[in-house]
Write a protein that binds this ligand. Structure first.
Ligand SMILES: [Zn+2]
Length: 288
């Protein structure tokens, strides 16, 4: 079997497409697979779907593919344009190995999305020797496509929280569906208006602000204001984590105050009255 046939099979190509040439340059570590279509082949119009349209002209294109071991692999092809007899438009046909307007093959995009779920984008970019801008473009496309299909009609109970990559930097608000245990919305900022943005997004995904019956959140006044305005039927509860955090802080403050008072009392002891302990004496001092 010729390398061209092997690569055609490995890429899952079917008629009219096949690998026509395989070039490997050991100096650059670059593997190039040139793809072509059978002479006389006809293609479907990408606009209206009309089948069997003759080729009008071609445009040379390239897609980054999965590495073959440590070598970067590229697919290249002269992609036909059809002038459609049915709708009259001239357009580039859809190739089976890549999404329209992407410089990556679909397998490469699948790898990018998989990596991006597990590590920061900068690291994905470094690993694949691709700019982070190109990685972001792929992620933007698939995130938008997935969110367009997201059905939020059953969202009723929310968890509302803020987070930041670093303390004090660029806060974002995250909204979780507590019943389904999943993230439904994230946006920049933590002011009251983020709740309005969430409500708009919820409605755009089949949900309804009036459906929201409970919101669990921290005690930020901005969130409370936003929820009261935008989610009229929601009952607010403060989450256990933030309550315990506050209680711990209060206990800690009292403890520090006690330690300071004790230290002062020991440095300048008051005479201890008969029947009174040193601790009681220090309390008197604090009270005075
Ligand atoms: Zn057409």
């Amino acid at each position: 079997m010729e390398p061209t046939s092997l690569f055609s099979a490995a890429l899952g190509l079917s008629t009219p497409w096949s690998v026509k040439d395989v070039r490997f340059d050991p100096a650059t570590g670059r593997l190039e697979l040139e793809l072509g279509y059978r002479r006389g082949a006809r293609f479907a119009c990408p606009h209206c779907g009309a089948a069997h349209q003759p080729v009008h002209d071609t445009e040379k294109r390239q897609w980054r593919h999965l590495n073959f071991f440590q070598y970067e692999a590229y697919l290249q092809a002269k992609v036909p344009r059809v002038r459609c007899a049915s709708c009259g438009k001239t357009a580039q046909v859809q190739v089976p190995w890549a999404r329209a307007n992407s410089g990556f093959t679909q397998l490469m995009e699948a790898l990018i999305v998989t990596f991006a779920k597990a590590m920061p984008v900068a690291q994905v970019a470094q690993l694949l020797h691709v700019s982070d801008m190109r990685i972001w473009r792929v992620l933007d496309f698939y995130v938008e496509a997935a969110r367009a299909l997201d059905d939020q009609s059953q969202v009723k109970d929310l968890g509302l929280d803020e987070t930041a990559a670093r303390r004090g930097h660029d806060y974002i608000t995250v909204v979780h569906d507590l019943e389904a245990e999943r993230l439904v919305f994230a946006t920049e900022g933590r002011k009251a208006e983020v709740i309005g943005r969430f409500a708009d997004d919820l409605e755009a995904h089949g949900g309804c602000a009036e459906n929201i019956r409970a919101v669990c959140m921290d005690m930020a006044a901005s969130y409370r204001k936003g929820v009261e305005t935008e989610l009229p039927w929601a009952e607010i509860t403060f989450d256990e984590f933030h309550i315990i955090q506050l209680v711990n802080k209060a206990v800690d403050e009292v403890r520090r105050a006690e330690v300071k008072t004790e230290a002062r009392a020991q440095a300048h002891p008051l005479p201890v009255a008969e029947g009174q302990t040193a601790m009681e004496s220090s309390r008197w001092r604090t009270a005075l």
